[in-house]
Design a binder for this molecule. Structure first.
Ligand SMILES: Nc1ncnc2c1ncn2[C@@H]1O[C@H](COP(=O)(O)OP(=O)(O)OP(=O)(O)O)[C@@H](O)[C@H]1O
Length: 357
């Protein structure tokens, strides 16, 4: 896959706050890229320096083989879709989309026939045909999102940056717009870089997922790798699907405050030793159940369960008082019920663990 965008040692501060700390990055052409990270990790700043809304203090950005960090935003060939859509409330759907094309600082399109044709093509691409003459205050949230995207795509950018594009939509619509955005991108063949704070959205949408942590790139890979092999305890914590037990390695075991766990699974280096096991890899057994040969486990007290539709999440406390979560998918078996304040044995295959040390 050819790279379209390169960032080299990019640094950005706001006063004393370091918002981007030596970012090095190459992004592929014709791909959907999710940019995930906790609040304040620098996601919006990264988009804004790529778009040219913020100046970087050090480093370089090149796009399609040419350096762009000295160019103004409109000369970069990169589109930007804002979270709040930023539509003109007094204009129709069609006029909102045509606006950027007619008023572009570089090569504005002045022939009304050409404007009409390009706008109609984009309206069809994003699925808004029939709504051309509606005011943008008379359309739904999902339709506004499509107008915002169409307004950018009509100018034929080579890349589109989307800052939390689904953040203003309700949960149901957000789910539907995920596949819509992916298919619109596939039809136009342009790279999308999509910022989100939701790990499920990032994993579901990105061909490639970038994880920012403390203003640096913590991990960059396909969704499957990020989910199954987070490269650090911080990335695993942020994915919100791993129990993390701090401790230390002693011989063939990882010693935690909740007990000794036989070593196994993937070992990765980290300054802070942590044993990680995914919520959905854990079985709940009676307290006196004998451990299997290849298993690791801890004793834990059941607190409560939460039904999420496709799964049940059960919460336990360990000997040191920390909370341990177990996720059981309802397609696997009918849900069991557990007695609050009762001890159980939580067990998993030791090869399913991730050990950071
Ligand atoms: N205009 C600004 N002035 C001062 N500090 C800023 C400004 N914009 C961002 N910051 C700081 O820079 C850091 C990165 O902010 P940024 O908005 O890029 O994070 P983010 O990952 O997009 O966060 P969120 O998910 O909450 O939107 C934060 O510490 C933030 O407080």
């Amino acid at each position: 896959m050819t790279a379209v965008l390169h960032l080299r040692d990019v640094v950005k501060h706001y006063g004393d706050t370091r918002a981007l700390d030596r970012i090095n990055l190459s992004l592929p052409s014709d791909a959907y890229i999710s940019l995930l990270g906790p609040s304040g990790s620098g996601k919006t700043t990264l988009l804004r320096v790529i778009a040219g809304f913020e100046r970087l203090e050090a480093g370089e950005i090149s796009f399609q083989g040419s350096r762009i960090d000295t160019l103004p935003p409109h000369a970069r060939g990169i589109g930007f879709v804002f979270q709040n859509f930023a539509l003109f409330p007094h204009l129709s759907v069609e006029d909102n989309i045509a606006f950027g094309l007619k008023n572009s600082a570089i090569n504005p399109v002045t022939d009304p026939g050409v404007v009409k044709r390009r706008v109609r093509d984009i309206i069809a691409l994003v699925g808004l045909t029939g709504l051309e003459d509606r005011g943008v205050s008379q359309i739904s949230g999902g339709q506004k999102q499509r107008v915002a995207l169409a307004r950018t795509l009509v100018t034929e950018p080579k890349m589109v940056l989307l800052d939390e594009p689904l953040g203003a939509l309700d949960a149901n619509l957000r789910m539907r717009m995920r596949s819509e955005l992916r298919s619109i991108r596939e039809r136009c063949g342009v790279t999308f870089l999509h910022v989100t704070g939701s790990e499920t959205e990032a994993l579901a949408m990105g061909d490639t997922v970038l994880v920012l942590d403390r203003n640096r790139i913590a991990q960059h890979g396909d969704a499957d790798t990020i989910y199954n092999r987070p490269c650090s305890p911080a990335v695993a914590r942020f994915l919100n699907c791993y129990n993390l037990l701090p401790g230390r390695i002693s011989g063939e075991a990882f010693e935690t405050a909740a007990g000794s766990l036989p070593l196994g699974g993937l070992r990765q280096s980290s300054e802070n030793p942590v044993y990680a096991i995914r919520y959905d890899r854990v079985s709940i057994r009676p307290q006196d159940a004998a451990p299997g040969v290849d298993e690791a486990g801890v004793e834990a007290t059941f607190i409560a369960s939460e039904y999420t539709g496709a799964a049940i999440n059960s919460f336990f406390t360990l000997a040191d008082g920390s909370v341990f979560e177990v996720e059981q998918h309802l397609s696997h078996a009918a849900p069991s019920s557990y007695e609050p304040q009762t001890a159980y044995r939580l067990a998993w295959n030791r090869e399913d663990a991730l050990v950071y040390s």
